[in-house]
Write a protein that binds this ligand. Sequence first.
Ligand code: CTP
Length: 209
Amino acid sequence: MLTAGPTYEPIDPVRFIGNHSTGKMGFALAEAFADAGADVTLVSGPVNLKTLHPQIHTVSVMTADEMFAEVQQYAAEANIWVFAAAVADYKPKQAAATKIKKDSDSFSIELVKNVDIAATLGKQKKPGQFAVGFALETNNELAHAQQKLQKKNLDMVILNSLQDAGAGFKHDTNKISIVERDKITNFELKAKTAVAQDIVRTIIERMYA
Ligand code: CTP
């Protein structure tokens, strides 16, 4: 089971809070898992991507709450969880029912924290299940990635540094490090499809070693 893409958190019927995630990394991973023989459930936020792979079941969602509800349906049965979605950390406390008019010179929105899907699932993880998260950091990358392993009960964190040219959002390439409790593996800059194969190979090695 994978999550992918951004989430959109509604402000009113025509506006939302979102981010620049394209979903490319999550979709590339879903295809790499399916090519390796897995039956994949891909829970994706709004993206411009499609996969026709017969072994991938795609579930489309909009908000973090919707993504969480779908993930809860599939998590218990899945033996690998990959949290590749860029979930919005906060959502408007209340979405307006009608379009907000520009009546005043300033305007604020009260935001409340979204559910942390990876961390909540981490608490339900059973022996034999393997959880992978992503971290996109600008500073103290390794320390933050290691904290995320602990905090969210993950077995692996895929670390993208914003300091690497060609990595992260909006690129077809990515440069990652795989951070585990006792090990760090650095990879070269490569196409997201090749990065996905590296990640899938490493997960399979750890699960079936
Ligand atoms: N994640 C999630 N649900 C959220 C937020 C994050 O499932 N509400 C997952 C992401 O898919 C990713 C991992 O958690 O795999 C790391 O997310 P990130 O937002 O970078 O980390 P946080 O722990 O939320 O910390 P911060 O934003 O403060 O760096």
